[in-house]
Design a protein around this ligand. Structure first.
Ligand code: BGP
Length: 476
């Protein structure tokens, strides 16, 4: 075993998200959520849907999240597999619509609380620390229909009530919390990110940034409540990360890349530094945005910044003053020019381990708070060979190189709490709604049309990751 480049107590694990793994979408009193309305196939992105289809479940569509991988019933088996790999942290989310099925009730749904309590107890049984996201792409549909989701200030009340319920119900079981998954995705995919739908004649930028303000205030208040309920709680923000490179050294391209980075980092600038950044006023002017704030909002943001900064990293990005539409891809729904210097996955997500080191150095320079990489991985198609095995060397290669880049960042002086790879058990892909885009160390027998036994089996990467964890990253 070679020497580890990771500190003692470094957390190792994997992530799932409620809406992509649980299924059981109407069981245990759960209400409908935005993600439950997203069908598989060309109609998945509701911006393309007509008004009449927007809020109606159609009999002739297949909705992958309705059954997903049935984690709701099989979580004991799945947590045991994670324990077998030696996980010390497991990231998942709570489905808001299990705790408050409509979202605006005053009393929670006990069956939802019971489900998550059992899940977190199961983690603790194996010494696995849960890291829990309160909102991972699943706003209760009732809040979308009645209030227009996060465009409405009342969402702050509904969310903080939900957050308090979770902090109190799972006090002592969960210490690490994230408020909003990939909060910046609100700008790029407003319906799945934040339940936003625009009406004709509206300025979408106005709606998006007003909604962002509500989420930022709600996140700060949730942080405050988490600390009040238990001073040992640690709350993080969560960015869909990956720096923008200038496509060339032309100053206009460098400026374009800076602007694109700011577009995403705006959220974290507020959550980690406690105030709107200086550039925001000019950006809002240019976009015709005027944010309605309540008295006291600035103080809330200032007083309750996050304890740590978490992020996902799949790919770096490229920007130029002239974004040639024919040469773009959308890694993690953020549009980017294709980088000719790096390889890309089948879905066009650029593969760039050094980009992770660059991103982490930049983020720590900017925020001076501990970082936590809570999503990283390779979406790929897996083949079962004649011996019934999945030899996913491509996935191992991707993870190895990124973990190594993370170790480089630690040696650069960046404090890092842990490494959590995405989709440790195969699950429904957020952007495609398919099962065939797989990230897992554990294979799930289920296809894009919902067929399959749901049986779990270990891929080659399962045994590799186990070895990585037991050596604290020394044996990559
Ligand atoms: C992030 C999301 C995850 C997950 C991941 C992979 O944006 O937080 O929910 O889905 O990306 O993306 P995809 O499933 O589209 O390949």
């Amino acid at each position: 075993m070679s020497d580890s480049r990771f500190p003692a107590g470094f957390l190792w694990g994997g992530a799932l998200a409620a809406n992509q793994c649980e299924g059981a979408y109407r069981e245990g009193g759960k209400g409908l959520a935005t993600v439950d309305m997203l069908p598989h196939g060309p109609h998945r992105m509701p911006v393309k849907l007509g008004l009449e289809k927007r809020y109606t479940l159609r009999g002739d569509e297949f909705y992958p999240s309705h059954d997903a991988i049935d984690f709701y019933h099989r979580y004991r088996e799945d947590i045991a597999l994670m324990a077998e790999m030696g996980f010390t942290v497991f990231r998942t989310s709570i489905a808001w619509s299990r705790i408050y099925p409509k979202g605006d009730e005053t009393a929670p749904n006990q069956a939802g609380i019971d489900f998550y309590r059992d899940l977190f107890l199961e983690c603790r049984k194996y010494g696995i620390e849960p890291l829990v996201t309160l909102s991972h792409f699943d706003v209760p549909m009732h809040l979308v229909i009645e209030y227009g989701s996060w465009r409405d200030r009342r969402m702050v009340t509904f969310f903080t009530r939900y957050a308090r319920t979770c902090f109190e119900a799972f006090n002592g079981l969960v210490k690490y919390w994230l408020t909003f998954n990939e909060i910046n995705i609100l700008l790029h995919s407003p319906f799945s990110g934040a339940g936003l739908v625009f009406e004709a004649g509206e300025n979408p930028e106005q709606i998006k940034y007003q909604a962002a303000h509500h989420e930022l205030v709600a996140s700060a208040l949730a942080t405050k409540i988490a600390h009040e309920v238990n001073p040992g709680n640690q709350v993080g923000c969560m960015l869909a990360g990956g720096n923008f490179y200038p496509y060339t050294c032309k100053p206009e391209d460098v400026w374009a890349a800076l602007e694109k980075d700011r577009e995403n980092l705006f959220f974290i600038d507020v959550q980690a530094r406690g105030a709107y950044p200086a550039y925001a006023a000019r950006v809002f002017r240019e976009k015709g945005v005027s944010i309605v704030m309540e008295e006291g909002d600035a103080a809330i943001l200032r007083r309750h910044s996050v304890d740590f900064v978490s992020f996902s990293y799949y790919a770096s990005r490229c920007a130029a003053a002239d974004m040639d539409e024919h040469n773009t891809s959308a890694a993690n729904v953020v549009k980017s020019l294709k980088n000719p210097h790096i390889a890309a996955s089948e879905w066009g997500w650029g593969i760039d381990p050094l980009g992770l080191r660059i991103t982490m150095n930049m983020m720590y320079d900017r925020y001076q708070k501990p970082l936590f990489l809570v999503e990283n991985g390779l979406g790929a198609r897996d083949e079962i060979n004649e011996n019934g095995e999945i030899i996913d060397d491509y996935r191992i290669g991707y993870l190895r190189e990124h973990i190594s880049a993370l170790a480089d960042a630690i040696e650069d002086g960046v404090p890092v709490m842990g490494y959590i790879m995405w989709g440790c058990i195969d699950l429904v892909s957020a952007s495609t709604g398919e099962m065939s885009k797989r990230y897992g160390l554990v294979y799930v027998d289920r296809d894009d049309n919902g067929k399959g036994t749901l049986a779990r089996s270990r891929k080659k990467s399962f045994y590799w990751y186990k070895k990585v964890i037991v050596s604290n990253g020394g044996d990559l």
